[in-house]
Design a protein around this ligand. Structure first.
Ligand SMILES: Cc1ncc(COP(=O)(O)O)c(C=O)c1O
Length: 350
C-alpha cells in the first residue's frame, strides 16, 4: 500500500509522445504547434530581460492582465494568468468539483480534462462527438443531473476541430446556471470564435486560453483564464503567486506588442494552407472532420501505414482514435510551403 490516495496510484500518467521530436530531423505536424519560430521581437525581449540581471528576483507580472483584457475585450479583473492553459483547466476543475461530482466531457477530446477529473475522483460522463453535428449538445443536456458540477466545451475540440457556436454555449450555460461551463478556447486566434462577450450574462462560463499555439511559446508555458470577476477572485485563492514564469510574461508582452507577426501566420494557415490540404483530401476522396483550428483529423485507409510512411519522409503527425476505435491522423497545418510538402508526400503514401 502506497502513501497516496488509492485512485491516484491506480491512474496512469498523461504522457504525450514527445520523444524524438527533433525539429532538425522532422517537420512537426503532430502537436498543433506553430510550425515556424517566434518573431525577433520576442527573442530580443527575452535576451534583454536576461541581460538586465533580474533573474534573481521573483516574478512580477506588471500590467499583463490589463494588456490581455484589452486584447480580449473584457475587464482586467476578469483575467487571471496561468502556467499554460493546462494549469487553468486544473485550477478550475479543482476549485469547482468535489470527489464524486459528475463532469461531462464529450469525447474524444483533449486528455487534460479527463486527467484532472480522475485526480479529483470525479464521475466522468462522455457523450460522443459526431462528424456531421459536432458537439453533442442534446446528449450533454440530457446527461445533466443534480450531481453535475461541470460541462467541458473544448472549442474548437481537439482532435476533431469542430466548433459549438457561441449561441449554443450561452444556451447551455443559461439552461444549467449552477453548472460550471469550462470553455477551452486554446485555438481562439484560428477559430475567431469566443464567448468572452457573454461573461457578464453567464457567470457560470469560465474560459481558458493560451499563448502555446498561434503565439508560438508552448515551451514558456503561458495561458490565461477569462471569467466573471468573482470567479477570478476565487481562482486566485487557488493559484500560487509565482506560478507563471517571468520569461513567459516577457515573451507574451512582446508578442502582444507585435500582433501582426501572429496575424500573418494565422492568415497563411487558415486562408491558404488549410484550404490547400482540404482541397487535396476532398479530391482524393479521403474523409476528414470539418475543423475551425490549425489541424485536420484525417481518416485514410490503412492509417498506420500512412503514418509510418510520413514518418519515413520526416513528417510527424498524430494518430488519434475516434469513439469506435477507428484511427485517424491529426495533421497540424503549417505554412503553405510545409503543406505543399505534406501533400506531395501524402500523394506517395496514400
Ligand atoms: C484543446 C486544448 N486545450 C489546451 C491545451 C494545452 O495548452 P497549454 O500548452 O496552454 O497548456 C491543448 C494543447 O494541445 C489543447 O489542444
Amino acid at each position: 500500500m502506497g502513501i497516496f490516495k488509492d485512485h491516484i496510484e491506480a491512474m496512469a500518467a498523461y504522457t504525450p509522445p514527445l520523444e524524438g521530436r527533433n525539429p532538425d530531423d522532422f517537420t512537426l505536424l503532430d502537436f498543433n504547434e506553430r510550425t515556424i519560430p517566434v518573431s525577433q521581437a520576442i527573442k530580443q525581449a527575452l535576451v534583454d530581460y536576461v541581460q538586465g540581471n533580474r533573474l534573481q528576483q521573483y516574478p512580477h507580472y506588471g500590467d499583463i492582465c490589463d494588456r490581455l483584457a484589452q486584447y480580449c475585450g473584457v475587464q482586467a479583473d476578469q483575467v487571471m494568468v496561468t502556467n499554460g492553459s493546462d494549469q487553468g483547466i486544473d485550477l478550475i476543475i479543482r476549485a469547482c468539483c468535489r470527489e464524486g461530482d459528475e463532469i461531462i466531457i464529450p469525447a474524444p477530446s483533449f486528455a487534460m480534462y479527463e486527467q484532472v477529473a480522475k485526480v479529483e475522483n470525479l464521475k466522468i460522463i462522455k457523450p460522443i462527438y459526431e462528424r456531421e453535428s459536432g458537439y453533442p449538445l442534446a446528449e450533454v443536456k440530457a446527461a445533466i443531473t443534480a450531481r453535475t458540477k461541470m460541462i467541458v466545451v473544448s472549442n474548437p475540440n481537439n482532435p476533431c476541430g469542430t466548433l459549438l457556436n457561441p449561441d449554443g454555449i450561452v444556451n447551455l450555460a443559461s439552461s444549467a446556471p449552477d453548472v460550471a461551463i469550462l470553455v477551452d478556447e486554446c485555438y481562439y486566434e484560428y477559430s475567431q470564435c469566443t464567448v468572452a462577450h457573454a461573461l457578464d450574462r453567464c457567470p457560470n462560463i469560465v474560459i481558458t486560453r493560451t499563448f502555446s499555439k498561434t503565439w508560438g511559446i508552448p515551451s514558456l508555458r503561458f495561458g490565461y483564464v477569462l471569467a466573471a470577476k468573482e470567479n477570478i477572485q476565487a481562482l486566485l485563492n487557488v493559484r500560487g503567486p509565482y506560478d507563471i514564469n517571468q520569461l513567459a510574461v516577457v515573451a507574451a508582452v512582446a508578442a502582444l506588442d507585435n500582433p501582426e507577426y501572429t496575424e500573418q501566420y494565422v492568415a497563411e494557415v487558415m486562408g491558404q494552407a488549410k484550404p490547400k490540404l482540404e482541397g487535396f483530401l476532398t479530391e482524393r476522396g479521403i474523409e476528414f472532420w470539418p475543423s475551425a483550428a490549425n489541424y485536420l483529423w484525417v481518416f485514410p485507409d490503412r492509417p498506420e501505414a500512412v503514418n509510418k510512411c510520413l514518418q519515413q519522409a520526416t513528417i510527424l503527425v498524430r494518430p488519434k482514435a475516434d469513439a469506435d476505435g477507428r484511427v485517424g491522423l491529426r495533421m497540424t497545418v503549417g505554412t503553405c510551403e510545409q503543406t505543399e510538402q505534406l501533400i506531395s508526400i501524402l500523394e506517395q503514401c496514400l
